[in-house]
Write a protein that binds this ligand. Structure first.
Ligand SMILES: Cc1ncc(COP(=O)(O)O)c(C=O)c1O
Length: 401
């Protein structure tokens, strides 16, 4: 059977794949430490669970308005005012089956074949594939440790062409942990307005910022930039609700209505039960996620201290999100027995088999010299996982030296 041409160049999500493979190893009795997952290891808010059970018991189990129920949109609008100084009417908000789905809907209504979308690299691996699925061209903007994995307006200017349609800003970033400051965003906003670009601002990690940093939404930097920015967010990360599948987008009404139309012809509404649960989470707000952020701050310290004492590995201290993005270029080319570490994927496979630690290679994030280590797991697992990585890396060095 011949599959559609649009599948060419598209890969399944590597993060989900590696987690599934680690789970298989666990099921066969191997003690694998997971430092790959992109989700907090906490329980969802008890209010959400309660509201979901109540929704079931009260029979709130039918189709809802396609783009989400009004009380949830109101809770989102209140959150956007409170946290981001952004005012949106309910018809400028759409609730989807996760932020990933909101992004997909946006690509559907935005990207024509040949349109170019600027994506700072390393990037969350879903952006380029979603652009490609719509015939668009992802244009990667290289960043590295020297620039703190951040782009600037000056750098972006060099990549503009008459086909440039949109720009993705993901702050705090998965995988790099980079957090954009207001001045940099102001210059980027000015560029976006001047060149008529749509800004896709993925703010799903907004609350996970450390050392007194504050998250700034580019949409909050003036009416002109707000009118061309789609804010993407959801309850997955801040409220440990990855499985409930509730994300949302807020932005210009014509785009939101078009996204609603796509949603009406694809998934219809997100789960009625999960929508009720999300209201409970948003109302709990800070009270829920503040302790998570405190715990992640501790874990980040443990991860970073241990990781940066492993010879051959270096890592910037991430300013946000919950990942260490470690540079392993010094290990590329090393050998273990008859295996050569030709890429970060090889290193990830080696660590899984030799150290029984699951991490994510940097290749699918556009960074073949890096690995992503999640600290969304217990302090003990982080410590043991990194001890195991150290031993495995030492074996590599023994063989190469
Ligand atoms: C940067 C980024 N955006 C969006 C998402 C998707 O979140 P959701 O679970 O709401 O689809 C993720 C999940 O890993 C992410 O890392």
């Amino acid at each position: 059977m011949k599959l559609a041409d649009r599948l060419q160049g598209i890969a399944p999500s590597a993060t989900l794949e590696i987690t599934a493979y680690a789970n298989e190893m666990r099921a066969s009795g191997i003690d694998v430490i997971g430092l790959a997952a992109g989700e907090p290891d906490f329980e969802s808010p008890s209010q959400s669970k309660h509201d979901a059970i109540q929704a079931i018991e009260e029979g709130f189990t039918r189709y809802t308005a396609t783009s989400g129920i009004a009380p949830l949109k109101t809770a989102i609008a209140e959150k956007l005012i409170h946290d981001n100084h952004l005012e949106y009417a309910n018809d400028e908000i759409i609730v989807s089956c996760g932020a990933k789905h909101s992004l997909f809907n946006l690509m559907q209504v935005l990207v024509n074949p040949g349109d170019e979308v600027l994506i700072p690299s390393p990037y969350w691996l879903t952006y380029p594939d979603q652009v490609r699925l719509h015939g668009g061209v992802p244009v990667f903007i290289p960043t590295d440790e020297q620039t703190g994995f951040k782009t600037t307006a000056a750098q972006l200017t060099q990549f503009l062409t008459p086909r440039t349609k949109a720009l993705v800003i993901n702050s705090p970033s998965n995988p790099t942990g980079a957090v954009y400051d207001q001045a940099t965003l102001e210059a980027i906003a000015e560029l976006a307005v001047r060149h008529n670009l749509v800004v896709i601002s993925d703010e799903i990690y907004e609350h996970f910022v450390y050392d007194g940093r504050a998250h700034c939404s580019i949409a909050s930097l003036g009416e002109e930039i707000k009118a061309r920015t789609m804010v993407i967010n959801g309850v997955s990360k801040a409220f440990a609700m990855t499985g409930w599948r509730i994300g949302y987008a807020a932005g210009p009404k014509p785009l939101i209505s078009a996204m609603g139309m796509i949603q009406s012809q694809s998934t219809s509404n997100p789960s009625s039960i999960a929508q009720k649960a999300a209201i409970g989470a948003l109302r709990e707000g800070r009270d829920f996620y503040a302790p998570l952020v405190k715990e992640f701050t501790e874990r980040r310290g443990i991860m970073h201290t241990q990781l940066t004492t492993i010879p051959g590995i270096s890592c910037l201290k991430p300013d946000g999100a919950f990942y260490g993005f470690a540079n392993v270029s010094a290990l590329i080319g090393a050998r273990f027995s008859d295996q050569s570490m030709t890429s970060s994927s090889q290193i990830a496979t080696y660590l899984l088999h030799e150290a029984h630690v699951a991490i994510v290679p940097g290749d699918p994030f556009g960074a073949p010299t890096h690995i992503r280590i999640s600290y969304a797991t217990s302090r003990e697992k982080i410590k043991t996982g990194l001890d195991r990585i150290r031993l495995a890396v030492q074996k590599l060095q023994t063989v190469t030296s």
